[in-house]
Ligand binder design. Structure first.
Ligand SMILES: [Zn+2]
Ligand SMILES: [Zn+2]
Length: 413
């Protein structure tokens, strides 16, 4: 059976997250999105762990179930900030626990290293090698996955750390790292261009800070398990067996795809940026270096290279973004966007089904032909996109003729 999983979630105890993320809302919007497996988020936070214990029931396979039978895996993310070889390092790590008992031991070990109650994604000063040792001394079934592996500020391969391969970070413990989470601004094909990454599985999760469907599940990993169990999840991550494919956002949509300066309104492709020595043509300071530059610098293979044993992936802009672009409404959480979105969900079940499967003529029976066309173009990777940079999301660029006049939009159906 297929499990479409988003395993990088935050709770309301993490900074800059929605106050209404809770298991009820996560389950509700996961179903609307088309997800059928989630991470718990922030399990090491004392309040979150209490809620997990109260609301989710563990089965013998290490899967946690809500009262209405929605499955979760124990997952958290921690930030390590430390100095290695005289250079500051900042890396976010996803941690998965095989069960509540091991989660409790992780909590005890981490609480000896620092406070856990101030942020659902706490920061520690020890290094990534120690993290692996610490986790393996608790259980060899704990899995660590470097998160959003290419973003400039807090990721293993990102610009800030100036590391060129996973071994630079994890040293001899690299053998216990089996997968990378590629983040929004890079897709698997970008990662195939770096030969030192060939040994890692590539997964995608959303890093959702709210349960809204343009955040939750915007990136996801599809597993094929005969039975849902932590063991099967581990096997998929460690061997690729049962890891079927990933759902990505187009890399242009990510907040740090191209290099640029938000305040200078400067955004440059890797070619341009590298030609200008990654310096801003407006203010003369160093640019905020995007993922595309970093990949271009580290790639030892040409664009289009396909490594062996690849998993297929699709790139999709969330449906709310498409409606926003076609109807020219900025506010993603606006009432009008939700009305159109809900029309589609009522008719076709969930967002992934709409984005991936429903035929154009079926869509046209429910929504305006211009939106139906945008959904098909999204599926086929034919939408024109502007690149995200310096913390600004990228987005869809439509010709005026492909948009709908806002005033009329609901009266038309
Ligand atoms: Zn992170
Ligand atoms: Zn500038």
């Amino acid at each position: 059976m297929d499990f479409i999983a988003d395993l990088q979630i935050h709770s309301s105890f993490s900074r800059a997250t929605s106050k209404s993320i809770n298991f009820q809302n996560l389950e509700k919007y996961a179903k609307i999105k088309g997800l059928n497996l989630l991470g718990t988020g922030d399990f090491q936070h004392p309040n979150q762990f209490e809620i997990i214990n109260r609301e989710l029931k563990e089965d013998e396979n290490g899967v946690l179930w809500s009262k209405t039978k929605f499955p979760f895996l124990l997952q958290t993310e921690i930030s390590l900030i430390y100095t290695q070889n005289g250079k500051g390092q900042r890396i976010h790590h996803l941690i998965f626990s095989p069960n509540k008992d091991v989660a409790k031991q992780i909590i005890d070990a981490l609480s000896k290293k620092g406070r856990l109650d101030y942020d659902g994604r706490p920061i520690f000063g020890f290094n990534s090698v120690e993290l692996v040792d610490m986790m393996r001394s608790i259980s060899e079934d704990i899995e660590i996955i470097p998160a959003h592996a290419w973003t400039p500020h807090f990721s293993l391969m990102g610009e800030y750390n100036q590391l060129t391969k996973v071994e630079d970070c994890f040293k001899d413990n690299t053998k216990y790292i089996h997968a990378l989470e590629t983040g929004m601004s890079s897709n698997p094909a970008d990662n195939w261009r770096i030969s030192s990454l060939d040994k890692f599985q590539l997964v995608s999760f959303s890093d959702a800070h709210s349960m809204w469907p343009w955040r939750l599940g915007r990136e996801a990993t599809v597993f094929d398990f005969d039975e849902l169990s932590y063991k099967n999840f581990l096997k998929a991550i460690r061997t690729g067996q049962g890891l079927r494919s990933t759902i990505e956002t187009p890399t242009f949509y990510g907040k740090y795809h191209f290099s640029g300066h938000r305040n200078c309104d400067v955004v440059l492709s890797p070619k341009e940026s590298l030609r200008l020595n990654q310096t801003c043509p407006k203010c003369g300071n160093k640019l905020i270096i995007g993922v595309a530059d970093r990949i271009e610098k580290l790639a030892d293979r040409l664009e289009g290279y396909k490594r062996e044993n690849i998993k297929p992936f699709v790139s999709l802009i969330p449906l709310h973004e498409l409606i926003s672009a076609v109807y020219d409404i900025k506010q993603l959480n606006g009432k009008k966007i939700w009305e159109i979105y809900n029309l589609l969900i009522d008719k076709f079940g969930n967002e992934f089904n709409i984005l991936l499967n429903v035929k154009e003529e079926e869509l046209r029976k429910v929504i305006h032909e211009k939106l139906a066309k945008a959904i098909i173009m999204n599926r086929e990777g034919k939408l024109r996109l502007k690149a995200g940079f310096d913390g600004v999301y990228g987005g869809v660029v439509l010709n005026p003729g492909d948009k709908i006049k806002t005033q009329k939009m609901l009266g038309e159906f």
